[in-house]
Design a protein around this ligand. Structure first.
Ligand SMILES: [Zn+2]
Length: 93
């Protein structure tokens, strides 16, 4: 299992299409865990075997944490750059 996975684990609920199946009443639908992710602007889904769901959730969570930290670092760097350049401009030459 990869350490980091981009996307979200969601549960798809749907009918299988068999007219005699329990899901045909539209209430007792089949539930399937999938990884939802975007690729070139399109949302795609990857069916997840039940045995892998927990590990994929954990990898998605690690990705979010890492991404949040990276964005915070990038924001801090941007703020520092803006402040440094503004200070340089304010200084007399
Ligand atoms: Zn069904």
């Amino acid at each position: 299992m990869p350490r980091l996975v981009r996307g979200s684990v969601v549960v798809h609920r749907r009918r299988c299409g068999k007219p005699t199946c329990r899901c045909a009443d539209g209430e007792r639908l089949h539930e399937a865990p999938v990884l939802s992710y975007s690729e070139r602007g399109r949302t795609r889904f990857l069916m997840l075997p039940a045995a892998d769901v927990a590990a994929v959730r954990a990898a998605v969570e690690r990705y979010r944490t890492r991404k949040g930290r990276l964005e915070a670092e990038g924001d801090a760097g941007l703020a520092a750059l803006v402040a440094a350049l503004a200070g340089r401009r304010a200084r007399p030459r």
